[in-house]
Design a protein around this ligand. Structure first.
Ligand code: CA
Ligand code: CA
Length: 199
């Protein structure tokens, strides 16, 4: 449910996450948006992820599982691969917040849809004027790749205070990537990840 108070004549844009179960048949489905005064039918097209342009980012729109999920549903794990790197919509469904305060590690796994050669991971953590990465972002993490069923650590980031960090590593053929978050900055309370990109 979306609620907001606006002066007359103003418009409000809101991001709507539409999730379908894995294996949902390809096709056009109807989404019904209802307000007290109007009902809108919006067509939603469901396509296999493999048919969508990923711009070279092998993580984009792939299935994600996380070690925990914040009780507030506005921080879903799948938001780390929704293609939105911006922190500006924080608490609006564009980033993941774990549920275990001051307890580490936290992990988020991205299935790549098959074995892929990868050599780079970019992590975007929460970073806005109000919530700067130096106080609210992830500080320490490992990048792991699942190679032949075994998780390997392929890169480590320590002491990060920036909004994003790029990790390059020797190429591996992996079918999944895991971020193992070990600490955050400032209060060092939660893991907050906006986006993960893999190449
Ligand atoms: Ca995102
Ligand atoms: Ca935690």
């Amino acid at each position: 449910m979306l609620t907001s108070y606006l002066p007359p004549g103003y418009e409000l844009g809101a991001k709507l996450l539409v999730a379908v179960p894995p294996g949902t048949a390809e096709g056009t489905y109807g989404l019904r948006l209802r307000t007290p005064s109007r009902t809108l039918e919006v067509p939603v097209e469901v396509l296999p992820v493999d048919r969508l342009d990923n711009g070279g980012n092998l993580a984009l729109r792939r299935p994600v599982t996380a070690s925990s999920q914040h009780v507030n549903a506005n921080y879903p794990p799948c938001s780390v691969v929704d293609g939105d790197r911006s922190s500006n919509g924080w608490a609006g469904g564009n980033g993941w917040n774990d549920a275990t305060a001051r307890a580490w590690p936290d992990t988020v796994d991205i299935a790549l849809g098959g074995a892929r050669q990868i050599s780079r991971a970019d992590l975007y953590t929460l970073d806005t004027e109000r919530y700067p990465a130096s106080r609210y972002g992830v500080r320490d993490w490992d990048v792991q790749a699942r190679v032949g069923g075994q998780w390997q650590t392929v890169a480590q980031v320590r002491g990060n205070t920036a909004g994003n960090a790029r990790s390059d590593f020797a190429p591996v053929t992996a079918d999944a990537v895991r971020i193992v978050a070990l600490a955050s900055n400032g209060a060092n309370d939660y893991t907050r990840i906006i986006e993960v990109e893999v190449r």
